[in-house]
Design a binder for this molecule. Sequence first.
Ligand code: NAD
Ligand code: TYD
Length: 352
Amino acid sequence: MGYSKTILVTGGAGFIGSHVVRLLVNKYSDYRIVNFDKLTYAGNLKNLTDVENAPNYAFVKGDICDREALKNVFEEYNVSDVIHLAAESHVDRSIEGPMEFVMTNVVGTVNLLQQAKDSWNGEGNHVFHHVSTDEVYGSLGDEGLFEEITAYDPRSPYSASKASSDHFVRAFYHTYGLPIKMSNCSNNYGSHHFPEKLIPLMINNIVHKKPLPIYGKGDNIRDWLWVVDHASAIETIFHKGRVGESYNVGGLNEWTNIALVKHLCRLMDQKLGRSEGESEQLITYVTDRAGHDMRYAIDATKLESELNWKPSVTFEEGLDHTVDWYLNNSEWIEEITSGSYREYYESMYDNR
Ligand code: NAD
Ligand code: TYD
């Protein structure tokens, strides 16, 4: 069948990437979706079992740092568009070892930009959508929100690598006219989230009655968005966003870490038939993260007013779906936490 677009989704086996792949494969039978992923510790093809046999889906194992592999996939599939999510994504790992972050997030992104530029050669109708984070803007005090015009001020090795990749993406637009679009999103939560990040880690530890490690005093603030809503924002920006522009994505949904974890404890006590307050007793305050950003909060007015996007669920609804998914898919998390991740996880806490 002739496809109207062939979209290369990088990092499609990861948390957000798998939701983007699922949405596009199911909704656009006239698009071919090629998932290009290295399958690092965070990539898992089991995130996509429901679409793996769809005729408009293909998986290619590969590294965005490998220019030859990118050239081959662009040629073999005649890639018309890119949605770029492949990245090292965890702040704590970037503190332990920044170089992987430089390689994948910076070098890999520039490789991909160069391949798209060479393959498209300034002709035809193409989009290179770069998926980034609000962490590039740094850390807020009590007041204010990140806007698209907020100056970049990254503070962790992770956010520094993402900020660098954003700059290269813009440079390819201004210098070579590559048709780029960008989005910077707040913290996501939802199904298929690797259990080193706050919400899935807490859910898993509550289930197993393990300590719930809160960094510092737990008063740091994050702005949470359901991953399915992030995927729909990417779909919207990819199709309707203006070339050369970036869009902030968020749900005006700020929580201190401690309030969020206590909320989760109450919700899970109900779902697990435990007595009220039981899970909260697992909360343990641990040494703070080095350089811990205090507050992130997104102003998504541009995306809402220009492209008519808004989140589909409240945080309470999204969290309810999310907890149910983890409780109903315990084998997904068991498999991850029984392998090398367990050693990594335990070594992180030995260091504290
Ligand atoms: P993730 O860690 O769950 O998944 C990353 C995926 O990229 C994995 O499948 C991994 O195998 C793949 N990958 C890593 N290095 C690669 C390489 N060199 N070549 C090919 N594939 C490689 O990450 P995520 O949370 O799904 O984040 C996806 C993107 O969204 C990232 O760019 C991240 O910066 C951005 N983002 C994440 C959040 C969030 O809350 N998780 C928020 C805003 C933006
Ligand atoms: P995380 O999910 O790692 O996302 P990010 O650092 O990219 O925002 O962490 C979210 C917040 O939760 C952050 O303020 C750090 C904190 N945190 C804990 O308190 N304990 C934990 O075990 C983890 C993983 C995070």
